[in-house]
Ligand binder design. Sequence first.
Ligand code: ADP
Ligand code: MG
Length: 173
Amino acid sequence: MVIEIETETADQTREVGVALATLLQPRDTVVLTGDLGAGKTTLVQGIGRGLGVRDDVASPTFTLVREYAGRLDVAHVDVYRLQRVQDVVDLALDELGGPERVLLIEWGDAVQDLLPEDRLRVELTTPRLDSESRRILISPQGRSWAARWERLDGALKPFRAIDGSERAEGAAR
Ligand code: ADP
Ligand code: MG
């Protein structure tokens, strides 16, 4: 099961985050992967907005973790530098932010073994270097997401990737 979507602007990626946030529950873990500049933090900003976080969501690159209060509390972690894996262990991931929080973790692949088995994986890539478009692949892991999958699929339908030919046809019309 994979949901594949595509956005054309950073704001659209934030809207994807808002839509995704409608499905989030306490104790969820969302793992965000993708190169530097792919849009992981941008997507987290949308999730934060969707969860009613009022503070500006900024990259936690130099702080390791930032916490926000919203409809659900958010712990936003970035383990960009690999030596931080031990820092993350020390933070005891499953304690972060308390039981009602959702955990949004950038570069989470680096700490896979430490994460709850039940999680959502979001991979961002830049398919065309000459544009601002981003491809976003969302895949579930664990039962709790299987139960929500259709609803998530529905919430993200507006952002469905259309393939190149459709795009070209649309442009020709
Ligand atoms: P990461 O956290 O993956 O390193 P950021 O979200 O911090 O990436 O940065 C992504 C950058 O790319 C931002 O400057 C953002 O404005 C820009 N951008 C341009 N187009 C998009 C898009 N479609 N989705 C997300 N970000 C985009
Ligand atoms: Mg980032």
